[in-house]
Ligand binder design. Structure first.
Ligand SMILES: CC(=O)SCCNC(=O)CCNC(=O)[C@H](O)C(C)(C)COP(=O)(O)OP(=O)(O)OC[C@H]1O[C@@H](n2cnc3c(N)ncnc32)[C@H](O)[C@@H]1OP(=O)(O)O
Ligand SMILES: O=C([O-])CC(=O)C(=O)O
Length: 474
């Protein structure tokens, strides 16, 4: 009887491990009362203090420089780039646990460690991270039947990001939070616990969901790899894409070194795309929809739809198309004058250079640098790939052209400049798929904040709008 009354998640956790000190939820339970007190005091002590002035320029200019959202897990400095709970990418590389203890292997940290850091502000131990990996593995071994069936019945040519958004939204039939809320079984103080459970289920499902989408576009729906409960989250993404030498069909005939490198690239990629404070479209959309108490599946599905825009995450796919087309025109990726001319022609046709510019950053994106460092550490792998060579060359030439063009505020490469072309190098040629991998990673930051939004009892978001008359009368 007791067994039957256990929720699906508590059953999983009980199965995974008896030591609750390793559980993320237990650590959160200890942190939340302090933070609740902090927010109460802030509201009382500082509620009337002004944060800044909103200008008409901001109202009609995409809310730039409008500091009006609460976001704890990461912050963005225009010149230093992203910091995750105050830590740079390099700090995270030094501090967060890796799969292997051997530092010479130069492995990237496990994204699960980043998730823990975002949630708690603390650096997890290896044991905590292996426990979390296992929890995600056990929870994510199968998609809910309903979702699996729905995905299998979608036309093959539905855009992969649309498939992902549909798949995620459909998972809301499993939402513990929505179920409990509907039945009137939970009070405000408990919301976060059920949101947390949904969040873990959602993140755990992403390897299977992305693997299913990829198998449909690359192999007519034939499975490409095996999901292993005892492998980490990003490894399972790789194997279900058929990109590992073990546990998958090794679709691209990668050598074992290439397969290890690809797994490492996936760790790095999914470790650094997790969060970019709240102002970006995917995070903001998730936060906004969640503020109406939509469950995490619906909230993040909305975020995914925002990520699918070409000015945001879809730029990764645009960059690859752009580099391939440019390469066919310039004959050699070293031909600087032809590259310059190509970029000028694009700008004259009033299109944007994908992978360049940013709404906040005013320097080269440190995530771009991290991906470029991955390339530089493997000259034998990349030096003959003319697309990768062009990606690097363009990062020297495009900023000069964009500065001379004089329009964009940030002429430097952003993360999308480098990411897709590296997946392409290892054989993932389905350009439309790249942003799905981005979305796997991006789930971690906005969903972390969603848990905290509910833990702190943040209200529904409801800013106020102005029309022409009210703007003229200011
Ligand atoms: C993970 C991510 O989401 S990173 C961003 C990915 N997106 C891209 O790479 C797409 C290319 N880049 C862009 O379109 C923009 O730089 C954005 C959307 C990222 C930021 O937009 P904004 O904050 O409006 O940029 P900014 O204030 O510099 O724009 C000023 C002008 O420069 C233009 N501009 C900005 N970036 C570029 C670019 N890469 N190429 C050409 N023109 C550009 C803008 O379109 C705008 O033109 P307008 O005055 O005619 O409207
Ligand atoms: O911050 C932004 O607006 C876009 C971005 O780089 C991200 O979301 O990763």
């Amino acid at each position: 009887m007791i067994y039957l009354l256990m929720t699906r998640r508590s059953f999983h956790i009980a199965k995974v491990c008896g030591d609750s000190s390793l559980e993320l939820k237990t650590v959160l339970k200890e942190l939340i009362p302090r933070r609740r007190q902090e927010i109460l005091e802030l509201r009382e002590r500082c509620g009337n203090i002004k944060v800044g002035n909103i200008t008409v320029g901001s109202v009609i200019g995409g809310m730039r420089d409008n500091k009006s959202m609460f976001w704890q897990s990461s912050s963005l400095d225009p010149y230093e780039g992203i910091k995750f709970q105050g830590k740079t990418i390099q700090d995270c590389q030094n501090l967060l646990p890796r799969d292997s203890k051997d530092f010479k292997k130069k492995e990237s940290f496990l994204p699960e460690g980043m998730f823990w850091l975002l949630m708690t502000g603390q650096i997890p131990t290896r044991e905590q991270i292996f426990h979390l990996s296992k929890e995600l593995g056990v929870t994510g071994r199968k998609l809910p039947g309903y979702t699996d069936k729905l995905m299998s019945n979608l036309p093959f040519d539905v855009h992969p990001m649309t498939q992902l958004a549909i798949g995620l939204a459909s998972m809301n039939t499993t939402s513990e939070f929505a179920r409990k809320y509907e039945k009137g079984q939970i009070g405000k103080d408990e919301y976060w616990e059920y949101v947390f459970d949904d969040v873990i289920n959602l993140i755990a499902a992403l390897p299977q969901l992305s693997g299913k989408i990829y198998s449909r576009i690359a192999a007519n729906g034939e499975p490409l790899g095996e999901f292993k409960e005892d492998r980490d989250w990003s490894y399972n993404i790789c194997s279900l894409l058929g990109m590992t030498s073990k546990c998958s069909c090794n679709l691209q005939n990668l050598t074992s070194k290439q397969s290890d490198d690809f797994v490492n690239l996936m760790k790095l990629y999914t470790g650094i795309h997790v969060d970019h404070e709240d102002g970006n479209v995917s995070a903001h959309a998730t936060h906004l929809v969640g503020s109406a108490l939509s469950d995490p599946y619906l909230s993040y599905s909305s975020g995914v739809m925002g990520l699918a825009g070409p000015l945001h995450g879809l730029a990764a796919q645009e960059v690859v198309r752009f580099l391939i087309e440019m390469n066919s025109y310039i004959s050699s990726p070293h031909n600087e004058s032809k590259i310059e001319k190509y970029v000028w022609n694009l700008l004259r046709s009033k299109r944007v250079v994908p992978g360049y510019g940013h709404a906040v950053l005013r320097k080269t994106d440190p995530r771009f640098i991290a991906l470029l460092d991955f390339v530089k550490a493997r000259p034998e792998e990349f030096s003959q790939d003319k697309n990768v060579v062009l990606m690097e060359k363009l990062s020297e030439i495009a900023p000069k052209v964009l500065k001379e063009h004089g329009k964009c505020k940030n002429p430097y490469p952003n993360v999308d400049s480098a990411s897709g072309i590296l997946f392409y190098h290892y054989g993932i040629k389905e350009l439309l798929f790249f942003t799905v991998i981005f979305a796997c990673s991006r789930s971690m930051g906005p969903l972390t904040q969603l848990v905290w939004d509910r833990a702190l009892g943040l209200p529904i978001e409801r800013p106020t709008s102005l029309n022409f008359n009210s703007l003229h009368s200011l």
